[in-house]
Design a protein around this ligand. Structure first.
Ligand code: AMP
Ligand code: MN
Ligand code: MN
Ligand code: MN
Length: 291
């Protein structure tokens, strides 16, 4: 029943600090058996991760975490079991990355007005490739001594109402689900308790997500409290969604979000790996055991 899996993580391809290979080795070391790399709006790490996973005998699932704007809110949708070379997905990713580039310039402009020096150059120093994330700005500001850690930078500079905030204009929910399904994947609402929306709007989001064929709900997340995990699992049951779990690991320094350190799926909920879609699109792990 409770597969040793971790279906949400980040590498240096987006805003994580470990390379895809380092991430796989760490997941293996922590006893994870089924693992997904889900970088923000990027698939470049998937081949490297798959090779590394093959070497150590870890069952690897190619994934992604798509940025979505739904009803003026940024929402994250995970795709699991995607084909990284799918053409429509890649066209969509290009749009998201173009927006990231433009937003980065706007953020930098605003931070400069707030008295910070060379924020764009600084953030880019922390980014590996095409994905420029607010996390990279945050790491630069920590380096500059503007706050003690990344969390504090977000609070003071990067969230709504703060000097460096720029509203997201990401993919629509419909597009994100079409790209994921077109690339052969399963869609999952990431860390559902993290969104600053009312219970009614969360239900509305789930309803629309289901209308577009979404199946999974990440009730068990490294960013949820035990109470949130329970509430989100009950919500998944009500809406007949399958429950997924993922640490949302970004870096070893955050001791609260270790790879694979996750609660079991509550007994009343159905794990995503028990769905027909999982069996069809992802299959079983190496030993043929899913329970
Ligand atoms: P972006 O997609 O560039 O807007 O950046 C979003 C990322 O920033 C998330 O995936 C998290 O890794 C990180 N993040 C968002 N909010 C916070 C926060 N309050 N504290 C620390 N990191 C955050
Ligand atoms: Mn992130
Ligand atoms: Mn996220
Ligand atoms: Mn994430």
């Amino acid at each position: 029943m409770n597969l040793h899996c971790d279906l949400h993580s980040h590498s240096t391809i987006s805003d994580g600090t470990l390379s895809p290979t380092e991430l796989i080795l760490r997941a293996h070391e922590k006893g994870v058996e089924v693992f997904a790399l889900t970088d923000h709006d990027a698939t470049e790490g998937l081949n490297e991760a798959a090779l590394a996973a093959n070497k150590v005998g870890l069952h690897f699932i190619p994934g992604i975490e798509l940025s979505v704007t739904w009803s003026h809110q940024t929402i994250h949708i995970i795709g699991l079991g995607i084909d990284p070379d799918d053409e429509d997905l890649n066209k969509g990713l290009k749009e998201l990355r173009d927006f990231r580039g433009r937003r980065g310039e706007e953020i930098a402009h605003k931070l400069e007005k707030a008295g910070l020096e060379k924020p764009l150059e600084g953030a880019k120093k922390f980014a590996n490739g095409e994905i420029l994330s607010r996390t990279h700005f945050a790491r630069y500001l920590v380096e500059q001594g503007k706050a003690k850690d990344v969390r504090q930078v977000f609070k003071r500079f990067l969230v709504r109402g703060k000097p460096g905030y720029v509203a997201g204009k990401w993919a629509s929910l419909e597009d994100a689900l079409c790209w994921i399904h077109g690339a052969g994947g399963i869609a999952v609402i990431a860390h559902p308790a993290r969104y600053k929306i009312s219970a009614t709007r969360l239900r509305q989001l789930i309803t629309e997500f289901k209308e577009w064929g979404g199946l999974g709900f990440e009730a068990i997340s490294g960013s949820h409290s035990p109470d949130e995990e329970l509430r989100m699992s009950l919500l998944a049951n009500q809406f007949e969604l399958f429950v997924s779990k993922g640490s949302d690991f970004h870096c070893p320094e955050n001791i609260y979000r270790e790879l694979g350190y996750l609660q079991d799926i509550p007994s009343g909920s159905i794990p995503l790996w028990h769905s027909d879609a999982w069996k069809e699109k992802i299959g079983v792990n190496k030993t043929g055991e899913l329970e």
